[in-house]
Design a binder for this molecule. Structure first.
Ligand code: HEC
Length: 76
C-alpha cells in the first residue's frame, strides 16, 4: 500500500500543477513577449471575460495562480 501512495502522490501533484499555475497553459496561445507587460489585474480581467472563448479552460485560475504565472513569465 505504501508503494501505491508513493506512486500516486506525484501524479496528483502533477495534474494540479498543470491546471493551477503554469505559464505553459498560456503559452499554447500567447507569445511570452505578449504577456510580459501585463499585470495580474489585466490577466484576471481577460480570463473572466465571457466573450473570450479561448480562455474557457483557464477561467478558474485563482489570484495566486495568476501571480505564479506572472513570476514564471518574468523569470523565463
Ligand atoms: C486557447 C488559447 C488561449 C489560452 C490557453 C490563453 N489565451 Fe489569453 N487570449 C487568447 C485570445 C484568442 C485572446 C484575445 C486576443 C485579442 O483579442 O487580441 C487572449 C487575450 C488575452 C489577454 C488580453 C490581451 C490584450 O491585449 O487585451 C491576456 C492578458 C491574456 N490573454 C492572458 C492569458 C493568460 C495569462 C493565459 C494563461 C492563464 C492565457 N491568456 C491563456 C487565447 C488564449
Amino acid at each position: 500500500m505504501k508503494r501505491v501512495a508513493l506512486l500516486a502522490a506525484p501524479l496528483l501533484l502533477g495534474t494540479s500543477a498543470v491546471f493551477a499555475a503554469s505559464a505553459d497553459a498560456c503559452l499554447n496561445c500567447h507569445e511570452p513577449d505578449e504577456l510580459k507587460g501585463v499585470t495580474a489585474e489585466d490577466i484576471a480581467k481577460s480570463l473572466a471575460d465571457p466573450d473570450n472563448r479561448s480562455h474557457r479552460r483557464v477561467r478558474d485560475l485563482t489570484a495566486e495562480d495568476i501571480e505564479a504565472i506572472l513570476k514564471e513569465l518574468e523569470s523565463g
